[in-house]
Design a protein. Structure first.
Length: 221
């Protein structure tokens, strides 16, 4: 792409990032030049370099393992200027980035009843079972990633308040996804049980390796 950062060339980009620019490498290169110019906001997160923008489409440069140069890719998390990202101290961004990467790998989709029916039509009961087990494994991996994040920022005294807020937001999303899975399975096996209400979170206690976090209803205003 004939661009460089910190004296090293950007020599590769993920397929996902290239596709987001419809394969136009010139436009992608121009965007990278703008995001990682000397006079704009970017930040270092461990060995990587992240763009810092107003939107949520974050891009990062990671060192290539085999040769001197950068690999450009999307970072699948809210931007560092978002409500979520702004909570995280600069020195702790690497822990959150590690969590975000692991979470993204474990969040393929929210299972719906139509997915179960499609699997049954194709492979019968075994297809449904495999799909549900795959979703269960994704949920377990996602929770393990959150557990690792909580443990990594847990000091000798407690979990920092910013980390509690981040973890609770993530737990709400995790629990909502779990509810979609169970609702889809129930409807597939037992039929429609009426409109699915909005999920209301309250008095739920989640246990991690080093702490417990409770989701309680917000006080009435």
């Amino acid at each position: 792409m004939n661009i460089a950062f910190a004296g090293l060339p950007v020599v590769s980009a993920s397929v996902e990032l290239v596709n987001s620019w419809s394969g136009d490498l010139e436009e992608l290169a121009a965007d990278l030049l703008e995001r990682f110019a000397d006079d704009v906001s970017w930040c270092r997160v461990a060995n990587d370099v992240h763009s810092v923008t107003e939107d949520s489409a974050e891009i990062r440069l990671t060192p290539r393992p085999d040769d001197p140069g950068w690999h450009a890719e999307l970072f699948h998390a809210e931007g560092w200027k978002s409500r979520q990202g702004a909570r995280i101290p600069a020195e702790c961004r690497w822990q959150y980035a590690r969590y975000a990467d692991r979470r993204h790998e474990a969040r393929e989709s929210c299972l719906e009843v139509a997915d179960l029916r499609a699997a049954a039509a194709k492979d019968g009961a075994a297809g449904v079972d495999n799909l549900v087990r795959h979703q269960q494994a994704q949920l377990a991996e996602w929770y393990a990633a959150l557990d690792e994040f909580v443990s990594s920022v847990h000091t000798a005294e407690s979990i920092p308040e910013w980390a509690v807020l981040v973890a609770k937001d993530e737990l709400m999303d995790w629990h909502r996804t779990r509810e979609y899975l169970t609702s889809a399975v129930v409807e597939y096996h037992h039929g429609d049980v009426g409109p699915r209400p909005d999920t209301v979170f309250g008095n739920l206690c989640f246990r991690f390796s080093t702490a417990e976090l409770e989701l309680a209803p917000s006080p009435a205003h």
